[in-house]
Design a protein around this ligand. Sequence first.
Ligand SMILES: [Cu+2]
Length: 292
Amino acid sequence: MKGSTSDPERKEGDLVKKLLGVIGAVGLVLLAVTGAAGARSQAARIQIVATMVAGDEVPTPKGDVGSARGSFTATLTKSDTGAVLNWQLSFGNLTGDAVAAHIHIAARGVAGPVVVPLCAPCTSGVTGTANINATVLEAIQNDRAYVNVHTKTNPAGEIRDQVSPAATLKTSLRAAQERPKPKGKLGRARGAFTVTITKKGSSAVLAWRLTFSGLTGKAVAAHIHSGARGKSGPVIVSLCAPCKSGARGTATVDASVLNALEAGRGYVNVHTAKNPAGEIRGQLGAAALTLS
Ligand SMILES: [Cu+2]
């Protein structure tokens, strides 16, 4: 199975809520230009995020760092030499003042050199702009860059997270979009689906929420399928079975699912006993996760 979904535990749910909030707050329009048929979309601008904790820092930080947290959000806009980074950093519950924050290059679980100094000293809520060269851009897009915040107690870094491209997609589900055409009284059948896709190298984490009403009966299942608008296709992520309106969850997906989502080939549908092939459907737009 390419995608798996688990009911979110409270902690996970909070993280999802936080992530959705952070992404919504940036509120930028992502410009996606779809390439050749089947190719992933190449965006002129993407969003990147990091949710920092002490547990991700290497070497292990000292002191009372259990509740230390940080959030980094930025947009990357394509430039002639790489990209322009517009960033925002917030944090709390550190052991002391934030003496500096940087983007470093290294894989997960490994410490590496500073490539973008963000601030020194830093206050929570700080923003800035930096020019990123092609090498740093390549690292950011391939799960090999991280953000960390340094303190006096932890001069090597107190909180850290790998930087990940992220995109939020929304779609409205209607019976008229379903193929084959569903049966029954469906004038009031509708749904709404929101998913935040966080890319981690060649895989991604989906944090989703689904609501619906006016169906002919109980929702026996909901999925993300692969298929162009007006065409039906195979299930690529199982969301819930059976489903309640307001359901949410997270799923880790592989490169093939990620490629479908980046190419705008994903759609969401809800199945009922009367319409086992699907009663309402909504196409997902192309996820802007790769800078051209
Ligand atoms: Cu389905």
